[in-house]
Design a protein around this ligand. Structure first.
Ligand SMILES: Nc1nc2c(ncn2[C@@H]2O[C@H](COP(=O)(O)OP(=O)(O)OP(=O)(O)O)[C@@H](O)[C@H]2O)c(=O)[nH]1
Length: 659
C-alpha cells in the first residue's frame, strides 16, 4: 500500500462528493474546463516526444504480501521527485478504507517517473547532459486472490523488481510471482528489502534466491525502504538491466487495454500500454472486441495523478479518455487501434477465473434496487466480479456473484457496505462443481440450491475443481501441517528444503477445502509462520453430496451446501450447532435439521421463548425503553423470515466458518 493507492482514492473521493454532471455536459461544464485549463499548463511541461522507446523502461514491483512493495514504490517516487518527501509515511489516512483497514493492496497502480542517468558514460563526455529516462512503475498487490492483477500488470512491462523481505526470506507468493515473471520472459532484478531489521539475514536470502531461482547473488540489491539505505542503486539497475520496450514506432497504433474505471466527470478512463505507433488527442480509435469508434478527448500519463500530455508514443503507458459510456465497452486485455487502420489483435489476457461463488441479497428485501445500483457501480471499478440475478425462496431477489477468492469476496462486501451503504446477506461460498446424470447430461453447479435434492436422473459422477497449493514453513511445523492438509484431502506432490530451516511443500487440493478458513488454520498451527499460495488446476472426480438445512421442516435454499460424502456428517452437525447458537429463541419451538436427500443426519431444537429486550430495563425510563425498541427494530431489518422463523444475518456469517 502506498502513495499510488492514495492517488486513486483521492480521485474516487472527489467523484463521490461531487454532484452528478451528465456525460454530455462534461466537456463544456465549467468545472471540467477549469480542470482542463490547469492540465493544459501541465501538458506543456511534459513532452513525451523526447522519450523514444530506448529511453523508456516499464517495470513492476512484485513480492509476497507485506515484503514492502508499496513502501519501496513511495521511496522511488520521492527519489525521482514525482511526489514530495514525507508523503510516504502518513499516507494511510488517504487510502481506500478497505485497503487501510486490512493493510493490503487490492488494485495495481501505475506511475510515471523521470530520471537522468547515463549508462557507462553514454558518450556524454563532450559536455552534454545525461539522458532523461521515462520510467513506468507498477505497484502490484501481494495476496494470492489478486494475482490476476499482477499477471495483467506484467503484460505492460519488460522487467520486474522481485522484492524479498530480508528476515522472512522467500515465501509462497515470491515463488508464484517469480514464475509469473519468468514465464513472461521478463528481466528479473532481485531486491532484498528491510535490511534494517535486527533479524535480517541477507546472505541466507541470497542463498535461497540462488537455490530456488538460480539468481546470481552478485545481482541482488540490498535495500531498506524504511531508512533509505541502498535505494539509490535501484533505478540505475532498472535502466541498465531491463530492456526498453520493443514495439515499432512506424507501425499502425496498437494499444493493450490494461484496466478501466469510471469517473463521473471524465467518463470511462482506460489505462493502456502503447505497443506500436502513437496516439494523439482527437484521434479516432476502436476496440477489437466491439469495433465501435470513439474520439480521444484526453490522453496522458499517471504522474502519479492523471497528467494530460496530448500524446502517447510507442512503449509508453498512460491513460485515455474517449467517448466510452460504460466500462463494459472497455474490456480488459482488448486491443485498441486507429479506426481506419485494421491491425492484428494483441494476445490479450486469459479471462479472470472465478474460484468462489456466493449469493448476495439485500438485508432488507425492499432494498433490492439500491443493492442492484450499488453492485453495478462497484463492478465498474472491479471488473473481475461476475454477477447474475438469482432468486431464493428464503432470501428473495438477489445476485449470484463469482469472485477470484475469499479475500476478494470479503473486500467486495466491505466496499459495498462502506462506499455504498448497502447491507447485504451473503450465502455460504461455494466452488463450481460438475454433476453428470445417467442420461449423459452434465450440469455445472455454482449454486448448491440449484441442484435437485432428489433428482429424476441418477447422478453417475461428480467433479470438483482442484488447485496446486504451495506452502512454505519452518521445518518444526511439518507434522501439524501434513495432518491439516490430509484432513483437507490434499495429496502431496513435492517436499523439499529451501535451506536448513525451511521447507517447501506442494500439494494438489480440492479448491473447496481451501476456500473456507484453510489459511487461518494454517497460520494458527504454524504461529503465523506459514506462507501459502495456489494456482488453479484440473477437475477431479469426487464423492459429493448436497447437504440441506431445514428450519421447522422447511429447506432453506440459501443454506444448502455441497460437501464430500465422508465429511457430510461432521459438517451437518457443526452447521446445525452453529445455527442453534446464532438464531434467537422465538415465540415457538424451532427445529434445525441437516439432511442428505430425505435422510436427516443431524438435529437440534431451540425452545420457545420471547426475547424481551426490555427485561433488564427496570423503572420507567421511557426514552431508554424507546432506544432499545428502536435498536430491536433496526436489528429486525437485518433479519430474514423463512416460513415463520426469523434468521439474523449473523447466522449466515456463522455458516461461512464450517469447512
Ligand atoms: N523495517 C522495515 N519495514 C519496512 C520496510 N519496507 C516496508 N516496511 C514495512 O512493512 C510493512 C508492509 O509494507 P508495504 O509496503 O505495505 O508492503 P506490500 O508488499 O506493499 O504489502 P501488500 O501490498 O499488502 O502486499 C509496512 O508496515 C511497512 O512500513 C523496510 O525496509 N524496513
Amino acid at each position: 500500500m502506498g502513495y499510488l493507492n492514495k492517488a486513486s482514492k483521492t480521485l474516487r473521493q472527489w467523484k463521490y462528493m461531487s454532484p452528478f454532471i451528465p456525460f454530455t455536459n462534461r466537456i463544456t461544464h465549467p468545472r471540467f474546463c477549469s480542470h482542463s485549463r490547469q492540465n493544459n499548463k501541465e501538458q506543456n511541461a511534459i513532452d513525451l516526444n523526447q522519450y523514444p522507446p530506448e529511453l523508456v523502461r516499464n517495470f513492476s514491483i512484485i513480492a509476497h504480501v507485506d515484503h514492502g512493495k508499496s513502501t519501496l514504490a513511495d521511496r522511488l517516487l520521492e527519489l525521482t521527485g514525482t511526489i514530495k518527501k514525507g508523503h510516504g509515511q502518513p499516507q494511510y489516512l488517504d487510502k481506500l478504507q478497505v485497503e487501510r483497514e486490512r493493510g493490503i493492496t487490492v488494485k495495481a497502480q501505475t506511475a510515471t517517473m523521470f530520471y537522468k542517468h547515463s549508462i557507462n558514460g553514454d558518450n556524454i563526455s563532450d559536455g552534454k547532459e545525461s539522458p532523461k529516462y521515462l520510467l513506468n512503475l507498477v505497484d502490484t498487490p501481494g495476496h494470492v486472490d489478486f494475482s490476476y492483477e499482477v499477471s495483467r500488470s506484467l503484460a505492460a512491462c519488460q522487467g520486474v523488481l522481485l522484492v524479498v523481505d530480508a528476515a522472512q526470506g522467500v515465501q509462497a507468493q515470491t515463488v508464484a510471482n517469480f514464475y509469473l515473471a519468468f514465464e513472461s520472459n521478463l528481466t528479473i532484478v532481485p531486491v532484498i528489502n528491510k535490511i534494517d531489521q535486527p533479524t535480517a539475514n541477507p546472505d541466507l536470502v541470497k542463498a535461497q534466491l540462488k537455490s530456488m531461482f538460480d539468481l546470481d547473488p552478485s545481482d541482488v540489491l540490498l535495500t531498506s525502504a524504511k531508512t533509505g539505505e541502498g535505494l539509490e542503486k535501484i533505478i540505475p539497475a532498472v535502466i541498465e538491466r531491463i530492456p526498453p520496450p520493443s514495439g515499432s514506432c512506424n507501425s499502425p497504433l496498437r494499444m493493450l487495454l490494461l484496466d478501466s474505471y469510471y469517473d463521473e466527470y471524465k467518463g470511462v478512463i482506460c489505462h493502456v500500454a502503447v505497443v506500436d505507433g502513437a496516439l494523439r488527442k482527437g484521434d479516432k480509435i476502436s476496440t477489437v472486441a466491439t469495433g465501435q469508434s470513439y474520439e480521444v478527448f484526453d490522453v496522458g500519463i499517471m504522474h502519479p495523478e492523471l497528467k494530460p500530455t496530448g500524446i502517447l508514443l510507442t512503449g509508453q503507458v498512460g491513460y485515455v479518455v474517449s467517448g466510452m459510456r460504460s466500462t463494459k465497452e472497455a474490456r480488459i486485455g482488448d486491443t485498441i487501434y486507429h479506426t481506419k487502420s485494421a491491425v492484428e489483435p494483441l494476445p490479450g489476457f486469459k479471462p479472470a477465473k472465478h474460484m468462489v461463488f456466493s449469493g448476495l441479497y439485500p438485508a432488507d428485501g425492499s432494498d433490492f434496487e439500491a443493492l442492484s445500483h450499488a453492485i453495478e457501480r462497484l463492478t465498474c471499478n472491479d471488473a473481475s466480479v461476475s454477477i447474475t440475478k438469482e432468486t431464493s425462496t428464503a432470501l428473495g431477489l438477489g445476485f449470484r456473484c463469482g469472485f477470484l477468492g475469499l479475500l476478494h469476496m470479503d473486500v467486495f462486501h466491505q466496499r459495498l457496505e462502506q462506499e455504498y451503504g448497502a447491507h447485504v446477506i451473503s450465502t455460504v461460498p461455494t466452488v463450481p462443481y460438475i454433476f453428470e446424470y445417467s442420461d449423459g447430461s452434465k450440469l455445472e453447479v455454482q449454486n448448491p440450491a440449484s441442484l435437485p435434492s432428489n433428482p429424476k436422473q441418477k447422478v453417475i459422477a461428480c467433479w470438483e475443481p482442484t488447485v496446486l497449493a504451495t506452502i512454505i514453513i519452518p521445518s518444526e511445523y511439518v507434522g501439524p501441517v501434513i495432518t491439516l492438509v490430509s484432513e483437507r484431502r490434499g495429496q502431496q506432490l513435492e517436499h523439499s528444503f529451501i535451506d536448513s530451516q525451511r521447507v517447501f511443500m506442494k500439494y494438489r487440493m480440492p479448491l473447496r477445502e481451501i476456500v473456507i478458513d484453510f489459511y487461518n488454520e494454517l497460520k494458527s498451527i504454524t504461529s503465523g509462520y506459514a506462507s501459502f499460495d495456489y494456482e488453479d488446476a484440473d477437475y477431479q472426480q469426487s464423492d459429493l453430496v448436497k447437504l440441506d438445512i431445514l428450519l421447522n421442516g422447511q429447506p432453506v435454499d440459501a443454506m444448502a451446501t455441497i460437501v464430500h460424502k465422508v465429511k457430510a456428517y461432521r459438517v451437518g452437525r457443526e452447521l446445525v450447532e452453529k445455527l442453534k447458537k446464532a438464531i434467537d429463541r422465538q415465540m415457538f419451538e424451532i427445529s434445525i435439521q441437516a439432511a442428505i436427500g430425505s435422510k436427516v443426519i443431524s438435529r437440534e431444537t431451540i425452545s420457545a421463548l420471547r426475547k424481551n429486550v426490555l427485561a433488564k430495563c427496570y423503572g420507567g425510563d421511557v426514552s431508554r425503553k424507546r432506544k432499545l425498541l428502536e435498536k430491536q427494530k433496526e436489528g429486525k431489518k437485518r433479519m430474514k423470515r423463512v416460513g415463520s422463523v426469523d434468521i439474523p444475518q449473523e447466522a449466515f456469517h456463522e455458516l461461512l466458518k464450517v469447512s
